[in-house]
Design a protein around this ligand. Sequence first.
Ligand code: SF4
Ligand code: F3S
Length: 105
Amino acid sequence: TYVVTENCIKCKYTDCVEVCPVDCFYEGKNMLVINPDECIDCGVCVPECPAEAIFPDNDPAATEHWLNVNQKYSEVWPNITAKKDPMPDADAQNGQPDKAADLSP
Ligand code: SF4
Ligand code: F3S
């Protein structure tokens, strides 16, 4: 599976959802996640993300923590298939460190 990681938080650009062939993105208040049981590992979402927040699960950035976040929240957050406006401070938040604790479930 592919995994959405920390830098999506408070950016949520949503470009990723437009290209996913199986519509497996799910939306929280300030982050999206991928349902690992639905992702077909095509990788097309990776270059679409302006925050470079999406990684394959064999990448060191796809830690156990982020795998768990994607698994857990994709079961409860609603599906998202159409792009919407990014979060208001997205460009300022892009690349900021230590956003993990800011995840809003
Ligand atoms: Fe969707 Fe492909 Fe990205 Fe998986 S890797 S979330 S199937 S676009
Ligand atoms: Fe997040 Fe990147 Fe998609 S910031 S919403 S993973 S385009």
